[in-house]
Design a protein around this ligand. Structure first.
Ligand code: TYM
Length: 327
């Protein structure tokens, strides 16, 4: 059976890009493939965190994943820091990756350019991500477009390790949605919608109320023409709305464009579709948030399942690379 693995960081607030680029597909994959999903709290540590806030946002994110539709009786849902094999796997990957390869990662370049303090972890982050993926013999990694390069690196590292030390890891591949792989900022449609922009007018948050969603979409930047057409290069704002509408209604952006001649109705329908998509998830989140004990229990069970699998793969890797087994 196909094995699917993916992860999300508990930093900032979950937004529409996360939902359409990744989370909705995670819920679909779980009925087709053996699915493992992870709240990657260790990845959050690449920048300084407030400890209380990090604990809360890790639990809250797990509740959002359940609210979006991850079914813990079908999928494995766990927190990365509960499975110590990820840290050891990351070291094996750091030693497999070339310095130049890590330096070429565009997310590292973007983030390190913007920060005063650049941690060693920010640099080796993609090696930890490769370990996350490879520890589970993963075939497919459902992600948004911004993670493409990181999954490519995981592939390269798996192949390199296998050719140096013998068949050890499954070589994974990234998968992307037909619409929503790159949801852009509504105010600046040439930049991706991102978690760090707290309550920004260009970002629709998972927990935004219908009125807020309507307002943000109504004010979305378009262009001075009035033709509704999917053309990312010349019409980034309109194309972004079409991607969002497509993702919310299960169509391609081109299909979503059908029948529209003006921006007003396109915006109104996009807002309505997003509200309809998020409302049931938001309602489930409110219920789950009231019972953190139940989420903690689900995460403990998930970690036990994940750990059994990760330990088997790590033992194989340790053996193949030549680490002396402890008696
Ligand atoms: P993160 O937490 O930034 O994002 C989680 C998922 O949301 C997708 N995404 C988007 N999709 C479309 N449009 C956007 N504007 C947008 N913004 C974010 C991301 O592509 C991702 O799929 N490094 C990863 C987390 C990670 C991981 C892993 C993922 C750690 N280990 C192993 C897969 C497998 C990250 O920071 O995602």
């Amino acid at each position: 059976m196909t094995r699917v693995f993916s992860g999300i960081k508990p930093t900032g607030k979950v937004h529409l890009g996360n939902v359409f680029g990744a989370l909705v597909r995670w819920t679909e994959e779980q009925h087709r493939a053996e699915s493992i999903y992870c709240v990657v709290d260790l990845h959050a540590l690449t920048v300084p965190q407030d400890p209380t806030e990090l604990r809360q946002s890790t639990l809250r994110l797990a509740q959002i994943l359940l609210a979006v539709g991850i079914d813990p009786t079908v999928s494995t849902l766990f927190v990365q820091g509960h499975v110590p094999e990820h840290s050891e796997g990351a070291w094996l990957m750091e030693c497999t990756a070339a310095f130049g390869e890590l330096r070429r990662m565009t997310q590292f370049k973007d983030k390190s350019d913007k920060s005063d303090f650049v941690s060693g972890g920010l640099f080796t982050y993609p090696a930890l991500m490769a370990a996350d993926i490879l520890l589970y013999d993963t075939d497919e990694v459902p992600v948004g477009d911004d993670q493409r390069q990181h999954v490519e690196l995981a592939r390269d590292l798996a192949e390199r390790f296998n050719s140096r030390y013998g068949q050890t890891f499954t070589v994974p591949r990234a998968t992307f949605p037909v619409a929503g792989a790159r949801v852009m900022d509504l105010q600046n449609p040439t930049a991706k919608m991102s978690k760090s922009e707290d309550d920004a007018p260009g970002t629709i948050l998972f927990l935004d109320e219908p009125r807020t969603i309507e307002k943000k979409i109504k004010r979305a930047v378009t262009d001075t023409e009035s033709e509704v057409r999917f053309d990312v290069a010349t019409k980034p704002g309109v194309s972004n709305l079409l991607s969002i509408l497509g993702a919310a209604t299960g169509r391609t952006p081109e299909q979503a464009a059908d029948g529209y001649t003006q921006y007003g109705p396109l915006k109104a329908d996009t807002a309505a579709a997003v509200i309809e998509c998020l409302a049931p998830m938001q309602a489930r989140y409110a219920e789950l948030a009231a019972d953190p004990g139940e989420t903690a229990r689900i995460l403990a069970e998930g970690a036990a399942k994940a750990r059994a699998q990760a330990a088997t793969t790590l033992a194989r890797a340790r053996d193949h690379i030549g680490l002396l087994p402890a008696l």
